[in-house]
Design a binder for this molecule. Structure first.
Ligand SMILES: CC(C)(COP(=O)(O)OP(=O)(O)OC[C@H]1O[C@@H](n2cnc3c(N)ncnc32)[C@H](O)[C@@H]1OP(=O)(O)O)[C@@H](O)C(=O)NCCC(=O)NCCS
Length: 152
Protein backbone atom coordinates (compact mmCIF):
# COMPACT_ATOMS: atom_id res chain seq x y z
CA UNK A 1 0.00 0.00 0.00
CA UNK A 2 1.22 3.50 -0.79
CA UNK A 3 0.07 6.95 0.21
CA UNK A 4 0.16 9.72 -2.38
CA UNK A 5 -1.54 12.99 -3.23
CA UNK A 6 -5.12 12.72 -4.48
CA UNK A 7 -5.73 13.68 -8.13
CA UNK A 8 -8.92 14.45 -10.03
CA UNK A 9 -8.70 11.00 -11.63
CA UNK A 10 -9.17 9.47 -8.16
CA UNK A 11 -12.51 11.16 -7.55
CA UNK A 12 -14.70 8.37 -8.93
CA UNK A 13 -13.26 5.87 -6.44
CA UNK A 14 -13.12 8.43 -3.63
CA UNK A 15 -16.80 9.28 -4.14
CA UNK A 16 -17.77 5.60 -3.88
CA UNK A 17 -16.17 5.46 -0.42
CA UNK A 18 -17.45 8.91 0.59
CA UNK A 19 -21.05 7.94 -0.24
CA UNK A 20 -20.78 4.75 1.78
CA UNK A 21 -19.37 6.54 4.83
CA UNK A 22 -20.98 9.96 5.21
CA UNK A 23 -24.49 11.39 5.49
CA UNK A 24 -24.62 13.82 3.79
CA UNK A 25 -21.56 13.00 1.67
CA UNK A 26 -19.40 15.64 0.08
CA UNK A 27 -20.13 16.07 -3.60
CA UNK A 28 -17.65 15.43 -6.39
CA UNK A 29 -17.69 19.18 -7.06
CA UNK A 30 -16.83 19.79 -3.40
CA UNK A 31 -13.74 17.57 -3.65
CA UNK A 32 -12.86 19.11 -7.00
CA UNK A 33 -12.91 22.66 -5.70
CA UNK A 34 -10.71 21.72 -2.73
CA UNK A 35 -8.25 19.96 -5.06
CA UNK A 36 -8.02 23.18 -7.08
CA UNK A 37 -6.91 25.19 -4.05
CA UNK A 38 -3.22 25.45 -3.29
CA UNK A 39 -3.70 25.57 0.49
CA UNK A 40 -5.12 22.06 0.75
CA UNK A 41 -3.46 18.70 0.91
CA UNK A 42 -5.47 15.58 0.03
CA UNK A 43 -3.93 12.12 0.29
CA UNK A 44 -5.13 8.70 -0.82
CA UNK A 45 -4.04 5.26 0.33
CA UNK A 46 -3.83 3.03 -2.72
CA UNK A 47 -3.16 -0.64 -3.38
CA UNK A 48 -2.80 -2.00 -6.92
CA UNK A 49 -4.72 0.96 -8.37
CA UNK A 50 -7.54 0.69 -5.84
CA UNK A 51 -8.21 3.61 -3.49
CA UNK A 52 -8.66 2.30 0.06
CA UNK A 53 -8.97 5.59 1.94
CA UNK A 54 -8.34 9.31 1.84
CA UNK A 55 -7.89 12.34 4.03
CA UNK A 56 -7.64 16.08 3.56
CA UNK A 57 -6.07 19.04 5.31
CA UNK A 58 -6.66 22.74 4.77
CA UNK A 59 -3.82 25.06 5.73
CA UNK A 60 -3.81 28.75 6.64
CA UNK A 61 -0.58 30.33 7.87
CA UNK A 62 0.76 27.85 10.46
CA UNK A 63 -2.62 26.25 11.22
CA UNK A 64 -4.21 23.20 9.68
CA UNK A 65 -7.76 21.83 9.70
CA UNK A 66 -8.43 18.20 8.98
CA UNK A 67 -11.32 18.28 6.50
CA UNK A 68 -12.06 14.58 6.30
CA UNK A 69 -10.73 11.07 6.64
CA UNK A 70 -12.37 7.92 5.41
CA UNK A 71 -11.41 4.31 4.82
CA UNK A 72 -13.41 1.89 2.66
CA UNK A 73 -15.71 -0.09 5.01
CA UNK A 74 -14.30 -3.44 3.91
CA UNK A 75 -10.73 -2.30 4.67
CA UNK A 76 -11.17 -0.66 8.07
CA UNK A 77 -9.28 -1.88 11.18
CA UNK A 78 -6.13 -2.69 9.21
CA UNK A 79 -4.19 0.44 10.15
CA UNK A 80 -4.98 2.39 6.97
CA UNK A 81 -6.57 5.31 8.84
CA UNK A 82 -3.54 5.45 11.13
CA UNK A 83 -1.18 5.38 8.14
CA UNK A 84 -3.08 8.22 6.45
CA UNK A 85 -2.98 10.31 9.63
CA UNK A 86 0.76 9.69 10.10
CA UNK A 87 1.40 10.74 6.49
CA UNK A 88 -0.73 13.87 6.85
CA UNK A 89 1.02 14.87 10.08
CA UNK A 90 4.46 14.37 8.53
CA UNK A 91 3.57 16.48 5.50
CA UNK A 92 1.92 19.17 7.65
CA UNK A 93 5.16 19.36 9.60
CA UNK A 94 7.09 19.89 6.37
CA UNK A 95 4.69 22.70 5.45
CA UNK A 96 5.49 24.41 8.76
CA UNK A 97 2.07 23.80 10.32
CA UNK A 98 2.23 24.33 14.08
CA UNK A 99 -1.23 23.19 15.14
CA UNK A 100 -3.92 21.06 13.56
CA UNK A 101 -7.61 21.14 14.46
CA UNK A 102 -10.52 18.86 13.65
CA UNK A 103 -14.16 18.30 14.53
CA UNK A 104 -15.66 14.89 15.09
CA UNK A 105 -19.15 13.68 16.00
CA UNK A 106 -19.41 13.03 19.71
CA UNK A 107 -20.67 9.50 19.01
CA UNK A 108 -17.83 8.61 16.60
CA UNK A 109 -15.78 6.72 19.16
CA UNK A 110 -13.72 4.93 16.54
CA UNK A 111 -12.50 8.14 14.94
CA UNK A 112 -11.94 9.73 18.37
CA UNK A 113 -9.78 6.74 19.38
CA UNK A 114 -7.75 7.15 16.18
CA UNK A 115 -7.21 10.86 16.78
CA UNK A 116 -6.33 10.27 20.44
CA UNK A 117 -3.76 7.66 19.38
CA UNK A 118 -2.27 10.31 17.12
CA UNK A 119 -2.00 12.70 20.10
CA UNK A 120 -4.97 14.93 19.39
CA UNK A 121 -6.62 16.22 22.54
CA UNK A 122 -10.11 17.54 23.14
CA UNK A 123 -10.13 21.33 23.43
CA UNK A 124 -13.83 22.12 23.11
CA UNK A 125 -17.34 21.17 22.12
CA UNK A 126 -19.46 22.70 19.34
CA UNK A 127 -23.14 22.36 20.25
CA UNK A 128 -25.41 20.94 17.51
CA UNK A 129 -22.64 21.34 14.96
CA UNK A 130 -23.75 18.46 12.73
CA UNK A 131 -27.02 17.79 10.91
CA UNK A 132 -28.63 14.52 9.78
CA UNK A 133 -28.74 13.76 12.71
CA UNK A 134 -28.13 16.87 14.77
CA UNK A 135 -25.18 16.19 17.07
CA UNK A 136 -22.47 18.00 18.99
CA UNK A 137 -18.94 18.09 17.62
CA UNK A 138 -15.89 17.50 19.72
CA UNK A 139 -13.15 19.92 18.77
CA UNK A 140 -9.68 18.38 18.95
CA UNK A 141 -6.20 19.82 18.45
CA UNK A 142 -2.71 18.53 17.89
CA UNK A 143 0.18 20.86 18.69
CA UNK A 144 3.63 20.50 17.27
CA UNK A 145 6.21 19.98 19.96
CA UNK A 146 9.96 20.30 19.67
CA UNK A 147 9.87 20.83 15.92
CA UNK A 148 7.71 17.84 14.97
CA UNK A 149 4.26 16.36 15.54
CA UNK A 150 4.29 13.52 18.03
CA UNK A 151 2.68 10.52 16.37
CA UNK A 152 2.60 7.98 19.17
C1 LIG B 1 -12.29 6.51 11.50
C2 LIG B 1 -11.65 5.71 10.37
C3 LIG B 1 -11.05 6.67 9.33
C4 LIG B 1 -10.51 4.85 10.94
O1 LIG B 1 -9.87 4.17 9.85
P1 LIG B 1 -9.23 2.71 10.05
O2 LIG B 1 -8.45 2.41 8.83
O3 LIG B 1 -10.29 1.74 10.44
O4 LIG B 1 -8.27 3.01 11.29
P2 LIG B 1 -7.15 2.04 11.88
O5 LIG B 1 -7.23 0.69 11.23
O6 LIG B 1 -5.86 2.76 11.83
O7 LIG B 1 -7.62 1.94 13.39
C5 LIG B 1 -8.91 1.38 13.70
C6 LIG B 1 -8.77 0.23 14.67
O8 LIG B 1 -8.11 -0.87 14.06
C7 LIG B 1 -7.03 -1.31 14.90
N1 LIG B 1 -5.98 -1.83 14.02
C8 LIG B 1 -5.14 -1.11 13.27
N2 LIG B 1 -4.32 -1.96 12.59
C9 LIG B 1 -4.71 -3.20 12.90
C10 LIG B 1 -4.26 -4.48 12.52
N3 LIG B 1 -3.25 -4.64 11.65
N4 LIG B 1 -4.89 -5.55 13.04
C11 LIG B 1 -5.90 -5.41 13.90
N5 LIG B 1 -6.37 -4.22 14.32
C12 LIG B 1 -5.78 -3.13 13.82
C13 LIG B 1 -6.62 -0.06 15.64
O9 LIG B 1 -5.94 -0.35 16.84
C14 LIG B 1 -7.95 0.58 15.89
O10 LIG B 1 -8.60 -0.02 17.00
P3 LIG B 1 -9.62 0.82 17.92
O11 LIG B 1 -10.72 1.35 17.03
O12 LIG B 1 -10.10 -0.18 18.89
O13 LIG B 1 -8.81 1.93 18.52
C15 LIG B 1 -12.68 4.75 9.69
O14 LIG B 1 -13.30 4.01 10.71
C16 LIG B 1 -13.74 5.46 8.88
O15 LIG B 1 -13.56 5.68 7.68
N6 LIG B 1 -14.86 5.77 9.52
C17 LIG B 1 -16.00 6.38 8.83
C18 LIG B 1 -15.70 7.80 8.44
C19 LIG B 1 -15.42 8.65 9.66
O16 LIG B 1 -16.10 8.56 10.66
N7 LIG B 1 -14.40 9.51 9.52
C20 LIG B 1 -14.03 10.46 10.57
C21 LIG B 1 -14.86 11.69 10.47
S1 LIG B 1 -14.38 12.87 11.70
Amino acid sequence: MTVREMTIDDLEQVMRIEELLFRPPWTREGFFSFLMQNNTLFLVAEEKGKILGYCGLQMAADEGDILNIGVAPERQNEGIGGFLMDSLLLLADQFGIGQIYLEVRKSNTKAIRLYTRKKFEQIGLRKDYYTEPVEDAILMAHYREGGAFRQS
